[in-house]
Each structure stands twice: as structure tokens, then as C-alpha cells.
Design a protein around this ligand. Structure first.
Ligand code: SAM
Length: 249
């Protein structure tokens, strides 16, 4: 049936694609992808033939130019399947303006859900999952990054950040400074891939580990919510002494 189909693709392990996603990729009249090469490769791995169907590049740099063509196809009653380079479209990835345009024109919108690094990392982090705040990528400039972190400091939710390996050390250092070095955190990298690794500890510990022993690969940084930090025994001792002092009068 005609409409815009948002197709989630693997974040590493090629077999993480869903059967329904493969059906949609096999049947859509028009395919659009953030990265046509990676979608082509994924379809090849799973034996989904492209045939004579168009495979159109759609990303942040050409979206304004290419979007009318995709909307026109939808207008002609065609099915258009859109995939990001990896994971779920629009989660720190293009597709938002396309979805808005499809909604505004009243075309059917269908999601074929699947992997996303944020959710995968949450499940492995050991941090509470009842409430989480997806914060995407922080700004690259240190000043802006600290401001963005301080805006999130009191959010009553596990914080989930995407980060590049190049910036991880600086990001963890700033997070430890702004959010507190004692906060529990996790760094999950290369998820579903051969060198998958999850580091868990305080922000201070993770910052020191990554500064001393930088890691490569794609990564997600997660930080526990504020407010249930470790007990400060100096404060407890002071309070107890005050009470005991009162009693002995
Ligand atoms: N749309 C994707 C999703 O649903 O997760 C995210 C795309 S975003 C441009 C790329 C970022 O996602 C990476 O910089 C990294 O932070 C995270 N990411 C993607 N794949 C990952 C993986 N296999 N392991 C850890 N993080 C990953």
C-alpha cells in the first residue's frame, strides 16, 4: 500500500534487521536512504533484490532538494521506504522534515521498528530504565557543551548521550565536572559488534579511564539521574556529632 515507511536497520549485526523490514524493503516502489551504499549492502546480505526500483539518497545536505520528489511519489500513491545509515530513522538522524511533510499532506505513515543504539545501551547500562532522557549529541565546543550539561543536571531521568570517540574524553571530563564525579554512569560502545564493550562506574572513574586509555568506535554515554548520589560520610559524621553533642549537655 502507498505511504511512507520508516525502516529501522541494524546498528552493527546485520541479522538484527526485522523480517517485516525486509518485506517492506522488498516491496516498496521507491527506496530512499541516508546512505545508499549501506542500504544496498544490507539488501544484498539478505537477498532482497533492488531490481529496477529507484534508490534515492536522502540526507541533511540534499533533503530540501530531494524531498519534493519523494512527496510526489507518495502523491502518486506509491510506497516509499526510508532508512538511515544505521538504527532508527530520525533518532539523531535525518527524516524529520520528510515525516512532517508526509503528515501535512495526509499520506499514510508506517514505522517498521528495530534497533536503536540508545535503547540497546540503556538495557546494558545497569542504570534505571523507568525514565530516561535522550539527549543526542552534545555541542562540540566546550562552553556550549557545559551549558547543555548544566541544563540537564537536575533532570529526574537517566541521561542518554551519543558521542564520537574523538570527543569522548572531553565529554566525560565535562560531565564529571558539571553533573558530579560521583554519579553512576556507563559507556557502551560497538554495540552488537565484535568488540562490544560496556564500562560501568562513576563519571569520575569513566573520565579517568577514557583519558588514560581512549577507546575507538561508536559509543553511547549514559548517566544516572541526580539526587541519589552516594552517602557523604563526612556529612553524616558531622550530623551525628551535633546530635551527640546536644545529648551530652
Ligand atoms: N539512528 C541511530 C540509532 O537509532 O541509534 C543513531 C545514528 S547517530 C548518527 C550515530 C551515533 O549513534 C554514534 O555516534 C553512536 O553514538 C551511536 N551508535 C550507533 N551505532 C552504535 C553502536 N553499534 N554502538 C554504540 N553506539 C552506536
Amino acid at each position: 500500500a502507498g505511504g511512507l515507511y520508516l525502516v529501522a536497520t541494524p546498528i552493527g549485526a546485520a541479522r538484527d534487521i526485522t523480517l517485516r523490514a525486509l518485506d517492506i524493503l522488498g516491496a516498496a516502489d521507491v527506496l530512499a536512504a541516508e546512505d545508499t551504499r549501506s542500504l544496498r549492502k544490507l539488501m544484498e546480505i539478505h537477498g532482497v533484490a533492488l531490481g529496477q526500483r529507484p534508490l534515492i539518497a536522502y540526507h541533511d545536505h540534499n533533503g530540501a532538494r530531494v524531498r519534493p520528489r519523494l512527496i510526489e511519489a507518495l502523491g502518486a500513491g506509491k510506497s516509499v521506504a526510508y532508512a538511515s545509515e544505521a538504527g532508527t530513522p530520525m533518532v539523531a538522524d535525518p527524516g524529520f522534515d520528510l515525516v512532517r511533510a508526509a503528515i501535512e499532506e495526509g499520506y499514510p505513515l508506517v514505522s517498521a521498528p528495530g534497533p536503536s543504539a540508545a535503547i540497546t545501551a540503556l538495557t546494558l547500562s545497569g542504570l534505571p530504565t523507568d525514565r530516561f532522557l535522550f539527549a543526542g549529541f552534545l555541542p562540540g565546543a566546550a562552553g556550549q557543551r557545559k551549558t547543555a550539561l548544566s541544563e540537564l543536571a537536575d533532570a529526574p531521568a537517566t541521561l542518554v548521550f551519543y558521542e564520537s570517540p574523538k570527543r569522548a574524553a572531553a565529554m566525560l571530563r565535562d560531565a564529571a565536572e558539571v553533573l558530579g564525579a560521583d554519579r553512576q554512569a556507563a559507556l557502551a560502545r560497538e554495540l552488537t559488534k565484535k568488540f562490544e564493550e560496556v564500562l560501568r562506574g562513576t563519571l569520575g572513574e569513566l573520565a579517568a579511564e577514557i583519558a588514560g586509555n581512549p577507546r575507538k568506535g561508536e559509543m553511547v554515554v549514559l548517566v544516572d539521574r541526580a539526587g541519589k548520589g552516594t552517602v557523604n560520610f563526612d556529612d553524616v559524621e558531622r550530623a551525628l556529632k551535633a546530635v551527640i553533642g546536644d545529648m551530652s549537655v
